[in-house]
Design a protein around this ligand. Structure first.
Ligand code: ATP
Ligand code: MG
Length: 409
């Protein structure tokens, strides 16, 4: 059985249920603000699933590399290893406002310190990578297939040095995400994502601060859910909002499972603004030829589970088409996973955001300009980093195709 914590306070108990499921019950007299998800309000009856974990508890379980590593490290001792076991291991350090502990454990957010500058200055030789994974795997309650860890360096907020000083002295939670890549599978993935995020920022989208290691071996990103008072905001991805399991992240459409769903959970006061941003992000993914914009790569954030929910800042945007020949959309648009043309995106914005054709035109032009301006950065970096040249040139080719499609040509 696990204790579930929300905003630093106990919320309920999670236990295995029947053969392969689990069940969650709120503790008596919980205030509505302690709800673990916008999809699971406080109530007397328990919330049960017959297979695995309810989506909000499954949301941050590591998927690929990290999951396998944790399984190898912990399966022997435990005899078997399922999602419940995995949550028990990475539960104390998670993305968002929920934490999980054993029944008798104290709730401690103690993540070891790791200098971000050291990671950024390192030359790739595999040693630091292995050391970091070893040390931080069990503090990394974060989803995704690529190798990554959560680390703590409360001094490493160069963009907000003044406010960083206000991070509470006793703060011991994770502050940054470090993403690596496997050279055999996705060469130069960190640099690829770095330039895609740069383009996103140029389009006017909110992107958390991100930095590329000097040797291109890692991308470091500030956690957008961390508040400077040392607490965490709520975060829920679109698998949760659609009541889907992680292995269903490629199932659905941008129209219904992203845009319509967002409108159901977003706060009305910023809905039109956030719908525009969401549309911009979908169009950007098409322009950059990102075929991995699935349900877990969009999310909402909130300070109060009953209060305002906003579109989460941008994360995980990559030109995947350089790794997968014939790559296509992760979800359907207009019933198809083909890369869309301007007219299809135009229709998406007009029907789902209620935007005028002129406004949609402006937004699509903004995406194209953001991508075009970032080409120079890619070229400059490629000139100075021969190892990136091949991937860099292929990115530029994909972007050229993407921008043409956005222009309706
Ligand atoms: N800056 C951030 N702050 C807080 N949480 C984040 C941030 N960036 C990503 N996340 C969370 O971490 C998860 C994994 O990150 P990300 O999507 O970048 O990894 P990935 O391994 O590339 O994913 P995928 O499996 O989609 O390829 C995201 O789904 C999101 O829940
Ligand atoms: Mg992802």
């Amino acid at each position: 059985m696990l204790n579930v914590w929300a905003d630093g306070a106990e919320a309920g108990l999670l236990d295995r249920y029947r053969e392969r499921g689990s069940t969650f019950a709120y503790l008596p007299d919980m205030p509505a603000s302690r709800a673990v998800s916008a999809t699971m309000p406080v109530r007397l009856p328990s919330w049960s699933v017959s297979f695995g974990l309810p989506p909000i508890f499954e949301m941050n379980l590591p998927e690929g590399f990290l999951r396998e590593r944790l399984r190898l490290a912990f399966a022997k001792a435990a005899g078997s290893f399922d999602e419940f076991d995995l949550l028990g291991i990475v539960g104390r350090s998670q993305v968002g406002r929920l934490r999980y502990t054993g029944r008798k454990d104290e709730r401690l957010d103690e993540v070891p310190f790791q200098s971000i500058d050291e990671i950024l200055a390192h030359q790739r030789d595999g040693e630091l990578f292995r050391y970091l994974l070893e040390k931080f795997a069990s503090f990394s309650g974060i989803s995704g297939v690529q190798p990554k860890i959560l680390v703590r360096d409360e001094g490493a907020f160069p963009d907000r040095a003044a406010s960083a000083q206000r991070l509470s002295q006793s703060f011991r939670g994770a502050t940054h995400i470090v993403k690596f890549w496997d050279p055999n599978e996705y060469p130069q993935l960190a640099a690829n994502e770095y330039f895609c995020l740069t383009a996103a920022r140029r389009c006017g989208l909110e992107v958390p601060p991100f930095r590329l290691a000097e040797d291109g071996a890692a991308l470091v990103i500030d956690r957008f859910d961390l508040r400077m008072n040392g607490t965490y905001r709520g975060f829920e991805d679109f698998c949760v909002l659609n009541a889907r399991r992680t292995d269903e992240k490629y199932r659905g459409s941008y129209e219904t499972h992203v845009m319509k769903r967002f409108a159901q959970f977003a706060s009305p006061s910023h809905l039109s603004q956030d719908l525009e941003s969401l549309f911009l992000l979908i169009a950007l993914n098409c322009g950059l030829r990102n075929g991995d914009a699935h349900l877990k790569n969009f999310g909402i954030v909130y300070g109060d589970v009953e209060g305002e929910a906003r579109l989460a800042p941008v994360y995980d945007v990559v030109t995947t088409a350089v790794y997968l020949r014939n790559d296509s959309l992760a979800l359907t648009l207009n019933g198809s996973t083909r890369w869309p043309h301007r007219q299809e995106l135009q229709r998406l914005a007009e029907t789902r955001c209620g935007l005028s054709p002129a406004r949609v035109g402006q937004l699509l032009d903004r995406v194209a300009t953001g991508i075009q301006e970032t080409r120079v950065d890619v070229e400059t970096y490629a000139a100075a980093h021969p190892a990136f040249q091949d991937v860099g040139h292929r990115m530029l080719q994909e972007w050229a195709d993407g921008v043409l499609a956005l222009a309706g040509r």
